[in-house]
Design a protein around this ligand. Structure first.
Ligand code: NOJ
Length: 516
């Protein structure tokens, strides 16, 4: 499965990569219906992943290496096994216990129809009916995701008090920050209106009460000395996201524009300009993301020329394994994108295995798939397991150093990953890993790459030339991305890093460089 001590044992890899911080996905006690995003105890570690002592050791070992640690906070919903939800089901209609969740009577003469037509993100209705303590069919509760993930009613002030306690519990242990799950969805329209397409009504504009929650979170974080950071997860449009980044709210927001842009110059350029402009309005830095645990890996997206459609669930079209030509194309483009991703101002996120150029594992047998979206869609979507397969560290066959030699990992690794192990890539100066290390070292050395302004020198949609100006100190640099398949002549300058060899002043097709 992987566990906290396993992460501690591999921290040198993260430090050698040149990262500043880690983001850990949920490790709390959980029935694991949604990879730990169904939390049954917010202040402990699932025995499957270790103990609180293991967590403290991980934190200390990370801090020794200069790495900050961000943990995942899941405030929208808990597990149906959380003591509060079990108590709510047991306590019955109208109880204080039920008022922590959204329990609503059903429609129809017997209340056997859900309160409205809203659909769950993972497919199917977002309401599930409980049996009352006396054995009769009862009320329905609301869940934006799976039925095992009941939503809290943030209209009840007890919820905020509890989450303030949870924040302090982890801040007291020394964590540096939080990644906040589905952060914009905490407040629902509890008049529960039907909608045309069954999508939920979730007010998130700047006057919504959801912002009071983040102001309160911020006050708690500010009680602690030193720098603390919270990054929110939201798929909302740029201007809506910016409202969450006002000076008294959260610090960063994931920016999924690159995930959606695909290999397309005009949309990449628009993504850069519009993201920076929206955040500038509230004085917040932006973030850059091509991969995470919810999206088809970018090597596969770029190789197959597919852009993501939904927010969480990868496009169904991607069921076949990449042929060698598509894998080579995807790798070339992902290499070029890594140069762009890591040369932009603000914070860049690298998802485990992205630095190895892992492709999506598209041929996982149906019986090993664990994403709740698979069952809830009746197998129509394959879900997100293909990007979550354990990393290959060393050796020539699975489990590639991830587990004891004969152990089966929770998702099986492809035999073909023998050529993608960390061990192999460390020995190869042309590997994806070597490229990530060089670009991150350059980002650390050159203020122009991590802060300052962005302007464009070329109008052409297929050749991006970004001028990167340092705010104060440091030299100006240029980043050139060739989106065509043909080589182009490079502007004059010293090549500081390149995603493919530069020959006679020519930049190969589907490649990128940083020039001084
Ligand atoms: C977003 C998380 O990234 C995803 O993995 C999870 O399924 C949903 N939120 C629900 O918690």
């Amino acid at each position: 499965m992987g566990d906290l001590r396993g992460i501690t044992a591999r921290l040198d890899h993260v430090a050698a990569l040149g990262a500043d911080a880690l983001w850990l996905s949920p490790f709390y006690p959980s029935p694991q219906v949604d990879a730990g995003y169904d939390v049954s105890d917010y202040c402990d570690v699932d025995p499957m992943f270790g103990t609180l002592d293991d967590f403290d050791e991980l934190l200390a070992a990370a801090h020794e290496r200069g790495l900050r640690v961000t943990i995942d906070l899941v405030p929208n919903h808990c597990s149906d096994q959380h003591p509060w939800f079990r108590a709510a089901v047991a306590a019955g209609r109208g109880s204080a216990e039920r008022s922590r969740f959204h329990f609503v009577d059903g429609r129809g003469p017997d209340g056997d129809l859900p309160p409205n037509n809203w659909r769950s993100v993972f497919g199917g209705p977002s309401w599930t009916r409980v049996t009352e303590p006396d054995g009769t069919p009862g009320q329905w509760y609301y869940h934006l995701f799976a039925a095992e993930q009941p939503d809290f009613d943030w209209g009840n002030p007890e919820i905020l008090t509890e989450f303030e306690r949870i924040l302090r519990f982890w801040l007291d242990r020394g964590v540096d920050g939080f990644r906040i799950d589905v952060s914009d969805a905490l407040i629902k329209d509890t008049t529960w209106p039907d909608t045309e397409d069954g999508s939920p009504v979730i007010p998130k504009d700047e006057s919504s009460a959801v912002h009071d929650v983040y102001r309160a979170f911020r006050r708690v974080m500010d009680e602690y000395p030193g720098d603390r950071m919270a990054v929110i997860e939201t798929g909302a449009p740029d201007d809506v996201v910016a409202a969450f980044l006002r000076p008294d709210e959260m610090h960063l927001a994931f920016n999924f524009r690159f995930v959606k842009a695909g290999w397309d110059g005009a949309s990449l350029r628009a993504a850069v300009d519009e993201s920076i402009a929206a955040n500038a309005a509230v004085g917040a830095p932006t973030t850059w993301v091509t991969d995470n645990h919810d999206t088809t890996r970018s090597v596969t997206r770029y190789g197959a020329d597919v852009t993501l459609v939904g927010d969480y669930v990868p496009d169904v079209a991607q069921e076949r394994a990449l042929d060698p030509e598509a894998f080579a194309r995807g790798t070339r483009r992902a290499r070029a994108m890594s140069v762009l991703l890591l040369s932009l101002p603000g914070a860049a996120y690298v998802y485990a295995g992205q630095e190895l150029g892992l492709p999506e594992v598209e041929d996982l047998p149906l019986e090993v798939l664990q994403d709740p979206a698979v069952a809830r869609s009746g197998g129509r979507v394959r879900g997100r397991d293909g990007c979550r397969v354990p990393l290959p560290w060393s050796g020539v066959r699975p489990p590639f150093g991830f587990a004891a030699d004969d152990a089966a990992t929770w998702l099986p690794q492809p035999e073909g990953w023998a050529s993608l192990t960390v061990e192999r890539q460390e020995a190869d100066p042309a590997s994806m890993l070597a490229l990530y290390r060089s670009v991150l070292a350059l980002r650390r050395a050159e203020p122009a790459l991590r802060s300052g302004s962005v302007s464009w020198e070329e109008p052409g949609p297929d050749l991006l030339v970004l001028r990167r100006r340092a705010a104060a100190g440091g030299r100006d640099l240029r980043v050139v991305v060739n989106l065509t398949e043909e080589p182009v002549e490079l502007p004059a300058g010293e090549v500081l890093v390149a995603s493919s060899p530069v020959d006679g002043g020519m930049l190969a097709g589907e490649s990128a460089v940083v020039l001084a």
